[in-house]
Design a protein around this ligand. Structure first.
Ligand SMILES: C[S@@+](CC[C@H](N)C(=O)[O-])C[C@H]1O[C@@H](n2cnc3c(N)ncnc32)[C@H](O)[C@@H]1O
Length: 236
């Protein structure tokens, strides 16, 4: 199929895909960017690739657990390195309130929040229906009843977040990414903090500047490791 891009990048051969091929992004303008199979994209609502489920042993919230993953989603074979950097550098999550994992994939961040803060209500948001199904099943498998995996439009408007943790989908393109961050960072509760992990070569430093300038908030770089930056966003 042909893919229309709004701005920043196109996924090229060898770029980050649902199948975990290591990736390269090429800057392009607005328009049709080429013949790219939809199944290559982890951020499609209904992945075209086979929904073959498999079990994976991972370490989350200080314990070894078994989770279910599948193709057609982000990083199905391991906890992504950027996600691991985020989880290794965030402070403990608030014990109560609404907590958000923006772009949950199979759920490593949301599950960590829910295991760490059993009295909080964790929202795992994604546009990929397969990812949402896997996150729900993984919450059930790990016995965490305080996690809701939903599409973005299913989060009630009056919900505001005491914390947001995210490995955001940089590859959706700048315009879509900026719209997403404007919306969700604006839904922090008073005193709420967001922690984002972004690859240095995927524009972490320019994104940090954009968030601070355009959203009028403070953005601190709290960690830099293994090619990733962790950004903490809070009110000035
Ligand atoms: C880099 S992946 C991170 C996945 C998971 N949190 C992890 O650490 O493995 C980003 C996720 O954002 C999702 N995504 C893309 N566009 C989105 C949107 N508009 N709203 C919410 N999630 C989105 C993608 O489907 C993908 O699962």
């Amino acid at each position: 199929m042909f893919l229309v891009s709004w701005g920043a990048s196109r996924v090229a051969r060898g770029a980050e895909t649902a199948r975990g091929i290591s990736l390269r992004a090429e800057p392009v303008g607005v328009g049709i960017v080429g013949a790219v199979s939809e199944q290559d994209h982890y951020f499609t609502a209904q992945p075209a690739s086979p929904d073959e489920r498999r079990l994976l042993r991972v370490h989350l919230a200080g314990r070894d657990v078994e989770v279910e993953t599948a193709g057609g989603i982000f990083s199905p074979d391991h906890v992504d390195l950027g996600t691991r950097v985020l989880l290794d550098h965030v402070p403990a999550p608030p014990a109560t309130g609404d907590l958000l994992d923006l772009g949950c994939g199979w759920g490593p961040i949301a599950l960590t929040l829910a295991l760490g803060s059993p009295a909080a209500r964790v929202w795992a948001v994604d546009v990929n229906e397969r990812a949402l199904d896997l996150t729900r099943r993984n919450a059930e498998r790990l016995g965490v009843p305080n996690l809701r995996a939903v599409r973005p439009d299913e989060v009630p408007e009056d919900v505001h977040f005491a914390a947001i943790w995210s490995n955001p989908p940089i590859r959706v393109g700048k315009v879509a990414l900026h719209a997403m961050l404007t919306h969700w960072l604006g839904r922090r509760a008073p005193g709420g903090e967001a922690h984002l992990v972004v690859g240095k070569n995927l524009g972490a430093d320019s994104l940090q500047r954009w968030i601070a300038t355009e959203l009028g908030v403070a953005v601190d770089r709290t960690a830099s490791a293994k090619g990733f930056r962790v950004l903490a966003v809070h009110d000035r």
